[in-house]
Write a protein that binds this ligand. Structure first.
Ligand SMILES: Cc1cc2nc3c(=O)[nH]c(=O)nc-3n(C[C@H](O)[C@H](O)[C@H](O)COP(=O)(O)O)c2cc1C
Ligand SMILES: [Fe+2]
Ligand SMILES: [Fe+2]
Length: 399
């Protein structure tokens, strides 16, 4: 079985999609699966750009054989050594023993950590080095920590193609069409945002650096390692990556995260959200126990303002909220405004502890005072909650 798809005059898609996988990296739910992209160039010399995850290995090897049509394989370019793209390197090299692996020095070291190094013929390349295959010439750009240290991108001066490694990738299997302009852009954005903030988001500075480098080349197409290929209008992925990596919110509005055992803190969240809506502000409520942490993280980055509402649990922060706050700090959450609501029946502590957890993040500003609820929302609390909502709404509308 094979599924080779031409994507340019002499470039073929030889990757595959996994729709059975439930957790990517055993962490992130992927209800629509994920694709592992690999591209084969048939120039005077042949070159394969990355391999695939073990789950797509059989299909991939059949694809490569079919696409080569009896020709040999001259080069395997490895842009990224993470196993979702390199698990099949050894099988590939076993099938094409004369192939030269072209990769960064750091990736070559990693290759030797995954597989016996003596099995590979390696040519290391770095910033500005060029691989010429005939008509095509690939210039390598270092992309350290986007999102591993060994990552390379490459730019083909003949076609304007940028092979971008994991950057510009997204969750979700490919559905026949491989081009972003033939798919649903809104769907791409939702999942690309979740992919970015969970996997790449910690490294905004490094993403900025590589965006600046890539901007010096006349890029016409972007070939990522996951999800659709971008051609012609590249503005959506580039604008989003620029915004996300500068840690700027995409939307002015408030996202409310609530952690509640018996429903009273959740009731407070609904009251704050309703008051925000009454002020004409876009608000969204998430129950931290019901929504996957990867979605919560992406939503926190998406909006300009967040309200964290937590019941006190054994003198601590409610479990899902604690996870969210530590995920935010671990992913460099910054430059946002937030408000706090705590609840407790005998010794409310969640507010002070949430404040402390958020002090791990840079450039955050608390709006209003922390509202404390004792067990359930009462008459006096209503006023405090709507006053807090008003403060948040005014701030959202101000800028
Ligand atoms: C397992 C458990 C531990 C709790 N620990 C505390 C606590 O340490 N301090 C406190 O003030 N309330 C504590 N509470 C009470 C909750 O904070 C209480 O559910 C809250 O006042 C009401 O909010 P909720 O309806 O949103 O859960 C605890 C409740 C449970 C079920
Ligand atoms: Fe990766
Ligand atoms: Fe990847």
């Amino acid at each position: 079985m094979q599924n080779v798809i031409p994507v340019a005059e002499d470039l073929l898609y030889v990757g595959g999609s996994d729709r059975k996988i439930s957790l990517f990296e055993n962490l992130y739910p992927v209800p629509k699966g994920v694709s592992y992209n690999s591209y084969l160039l048939l120039d005077e010399q042949t070159a394969l750009f990355d391999t695939v995850d073990a789950s797509a290995g059989d299909l991939f090897l059949e694809n490569v054989a079919r696409a080569l049509g009896g020709r040999g394989l001259d080069y395997l370019v490895i842009h990224h050594m993470e196993p979702d793209h390199s698990a099949t390197v050894r099988r590939l090299v076993g099938a094409y023993p004369d192939v030269t692996v072209v990769t960064s020095r750091k990736a070559a070291e990693m290759l030797g950590n995954y597989f016996p190094a003596e099995e590979f013929r390696i040519r290391t390349v770095g910033e500005g080095d060029v691989l010429c295959t005939g008509k095509h010439s690939f210039t390598f750009l270092g992309a350290p920590m986007v999102h591993w240290p060994e990552v390379l991108m490459s730019f083909d001066s003949a076609s304007g193609a940028l092979f971008s490694a994991d950057a510009f990738g997204t969750f979700g299997a490919l559905s026949g069409s491989l081009f972003a302009d033939e798919a649903d852009g809104a769907e791409w954005l939702e999942e690309a945002r979740r992919y970015y903030f969970n996997i790449v988001g910690k490294y905004g500075v490094q993403v900025q650096a590589v965006l600046k480098k890539a901007a010096q080349y006349p890029v016409k197409r972007i070939y990522p390692l996951h999800g659709p290929i971008w051609r012609e209008d590249l503005s959506l992925p580039i604008e989003k990556y620029d915004l996300w990596s500068r840690y700027l919110p995409e939307e002015r509005g408030a996202v409310l995260f609530c952690g509640s055992m018996h429903g009273h803190t959740a009731a407070a969240a609904d009251l704050v959200a309703a008051a925000l809506a009454g002020e004409g502000v876009n608000a969204k409520v998430y129950d931290v126990s019901r929504t996957d942490p990867s979605v919560l993280l992406a939503e926190a980055f998406r909006y300009s303002h967040a309200v964290f509402l937590s019941a006190t649990q054994n003198l601590g922060i409610f479990r899902g909220m604690k996870t969210l706050l530590s995920d935010l700090a671990a992913h460099n959450f910054q430059n946002r405004k937030y408000a706090l609501v705590e609840n407790g029946s005998w010794a409310p502590q969640a507010g002070a502890l949430m404040q402390k957890a958020l002090m791990e993040c840079r450039g955050l500003t608390q709006l209003g005072e922390t509202v404390t609820i004792l067990s359930s929302v009462k008459e006096g609390d209503l006023e405090k909650l709507s006053a807090l909502a008003k403060t948040v709404a005014e701030d959202i509308k101000r800028q």
